[in-house]
Unconditional design. Structure first.
Length: 273
């Protein structure tokens, strides 16, 4: 399996295809599986890189605390180890979207295009729009057993119609071929999402084309968070709201997501129209 040692830990990644680098960063507790429907689609025209962040999937899960600048440094070191030195097309979802914002703030020259999916500024920024108290409570305490946690995440992350149409979803999560995320790593990732640095102010510094893509019925990151990103980005931002979708928009509405991403990537980046 492809691993690399960066920042003193072992990171798992998947790299396939050829062309411009297209990098996918998952969210809280997420792994490369989140992007399977994207990497399968884009690997014919792009060099697709997806990874498991520290604390999740097959990557190492050291004691916390974790921090967004640490996740960003992990990604930067992985790119260096893989010899990917040209500016990347960077796609981050949920917590991965915060990592993407931290990454472009720290390494602005490393990003050609930016995609912020089902995300917003972190919970420590006053411009953040929180989920309902019920959703927040479930995120903080998803359950004790793996089965309880999977049931909680399916309930809050996915649109109920998608869940009804895909009864195999629960078994898919329960049968993943890597160890479940331990409580200390989940807590450390979740705490990192409360970064209090001025992310909204940083949005004005972003000077690459940026797509903000969001599911209309996202319970975890309410749609207002996407509007906040767009307001901060100004002319560099464009939006795509996907109907009839919850938080895991890239799986629930994969065709619409891939079409939106493909159209965005094909735009001429000489300007920002």
């Amino acid at each position: 399996m492809p691993f690399d040692h960066v920042s003193g830990i072992k990171l798992y990644y998947e790299l396939e295809g050829s062309g411009e680098p297209l990098v996918f960063v998952p969210g809280l507790g997420g792994a490369t599986l989140l992007w399977a429907l994207q990497t399968a689609h884009f690997r014919t025209g792009y060099r697709c890189l997806s990874l498991d962040n520290r604390g999740a999937g097959r990557s190492d899960k050291p004691p916390g605390p974790y921090a967004m600048d640490l996740f960003a440094r992990d990604l930067h070191e992985l790119l260096e180890h893989l010899g990917i030195h040209e500016p990347i097309n960077l796609v981050g979802a949920s917590m991965g979207g915060i990592i993407a914002q931290a990454f472009i703030h720290a390494y602005p020259h490393r990003v050609k295009r930016l995609v912020l999916a089902c995300t917003g500024v972190p919970a420590g920024d006053p411009h953040y729009t929180p989920a309902s108290s019920a959703i927040v409570a479930k995120l903080r305490n998803p359950g004790q057993t793996l089965e309880e946690k999977v049931d909680t995440f399916i309930q809050i992350f996915y649109h109920p119609d998608f869940v009804a149409q895909h009864p195999e979803l629960r078994a898919l999560y329960l049968s993943q071929d890597f160890d479940p995320q331990p409580p200390h790593a989940y807590a450390a990732q979740l705490a990192a999402c409360f970064d209090a640095r001025p992310y909204y102010d940083w949005l004005a510094e972003i000077q690459v084309p940026t797509l903000v893509i969001h599911g209309r019925e996202d319970q975890v990151w309410p749609l207002q968070n996407a509007e906040t990103l767009l307001a901060g980005l100004g002319d560099w931002g464009c939006r795509c709201v996907i109907e009839h979708s919850g938080h895991i928009v890239m799986q629930e509405q994969a065709q619409a997501f891939n079409e939106a991403l493909s159209g965005f990537l094909k735009r001429n980046t000489a300007g920002h129209s």
